[in-house]
Design a binder for this molecule. Sequence first.
Ligand SMILES: [Zn+2]
Length: 86
Amino acid sequence: MLNFHEKPLDTQTEPSSASVTTILSAKTQVPLDCDHCGIEQNHTIEYLRQLPKLNCAHCEDERTFSEFELGILENALKEMGFYLAS
Ligand SMILES: [Zn+2]
């Protein structure tokens, strides 16, 4: 499952500005848990946008990253004030 909300990105925002938007590179890595063994692996947003098959390096579980999950991820980023560069 997507576990992104528990791992805020290590990006500094400026608290002095009224409305802060941080532009995130598509090369930013986000951690995703393996559904099977729960171990996290990092994938770049750019890679996840291709809706790839994700292979766990630990248990070799394979699954497809869905458009639905991509939507959740991008929404979560938006709510945290991150704007994704395309
Ligand atoms: Zn696994």
